[in-house]
Design a protein around this ligand. Sequence first.
Ligand code: PHE
Length: 346
Amino acid sequence: MEQTDILQEIQGIQQQALDVLQAVEDEKALEAWRVSHLGRSSAVMQVFSQISKVPAELRPQVGQEANKVKVALEDAFQQKSDGIKQAALEHTLKSDVLDVTMPGRRPLRSGIHPANQTLRKIYKIFGDMGFQVYRSREVETDAFTFEYLNMPPYHPARDMWDTFYTTEEDVVLRTHTSPGQIHVMRENAPEPVRAILPGMCYRYEQISARSEIQFNQVELIAIGKDITFGDLKGTLQDFVNRLFAREVRTRFRPNHFPFTEPSAEMDVECFVCGGQGCPVCKHAGWLEILGCGMVHPVVMQNGGYDPNVYTGFAAGMGPERITMLLNKIEDIRYFWSNDIRFLEQF
Ligand code: PHE
C-alpha cells in the first residue's frame, strides 16, 4: 500500500466519524457513536491492531496519524458530551423557570385555639365598655371559692359545684371564676370597679359531650353607687349584640346563686332556628348562655364595700359553650383533645 493511501484513509476515518457525530443529539446516540467510532472494532482501532501489516518504514507515521485521529475523536466526543449535558441543563432551567404569577404555597402556621378566639372577642367587647381584665388564681382557698361567696361550710348550695380538693386542707381547684369577685373587690374597695376575670375552672365531673373537668369561664363584675338590675341587663344585651354582631333577642329567667340576689340566667334566641325550635336549642327556641345577678350584700361586705352604699352586678359565662353554640360543635371534649382536624377548622 502507498504511504499516501494509508494516510488518506486514516484522514477519511476521522472525517467520516465527525460527520456522523454532527447528527448526534442525545446521550444514547452519543454512546452508540462512541462504540462504533472509538470502540475496539472501530476503524481507527483497527489501524492499531493491523499495524503489523503495514510496511515497517511506514509504521511510525501511520501510528502517529492514527493516534492523532483517535485523540481528535476523543476530544470531539468530550465536546459533544459536554454540549448535550449543557443543553439538557438549559432545558430544565427553562422549563422550571419561576412563574411569578403563580399563587404561592402557604407555609403551615399555628392558629389560635377556638376557645381563645372567643375569649379574645369577649375581652375586646368588655374592654371597649371600660372593663379591666383581671387574672385570679386557679388554686383557691375554700374561703374564696365558697365562704366569702355566701356559702358557709356544709351549705347545701356547695353541691352545685363538684370540687377537686387538694391534699392541702381548705385548698381547692376553683370550680368557677367567682372567687375572683372577692379579689377584685378587696383590691379596689371603696372605689367603683368594672372588671372581667377570665380563666380555667375545674370540676370533678364525669367527662361527657356536655361537661369537661376543665373549662374556661369569664367572670364579670361591676361595683359602684346606684348600679341597678337595669344596668346588668343593658350591659349583657349590648355584649351579646356585639358578640353575635347583630341585634339578638334575649330573656332573663329567675334562677338561684348564693352570691347574687336576685339571680338570673340569660338566654339568647336560638340562632339556628330563630326561635322556632330545633335540635340545637332542644326545641326550646332559646339557648342559655350565662348566669348573673346583683351582688349579694353579704358578698359585697366580704369584698370590703358597704352594702348600704354600694351595689353591683356579676355574671359568669363559659366561652367554650358560647363557641359550641356559635359553631354548632356538639362535643365539648374536642376543645382539649388537641385533634388537629378539629383545630384546623378555626
Ligand atoms: N359562678 C356561677 C357558675 O359557675 C356563674 C355566676 C357568676 C352566676 C356570677 C352569677 C354571678 O355557675
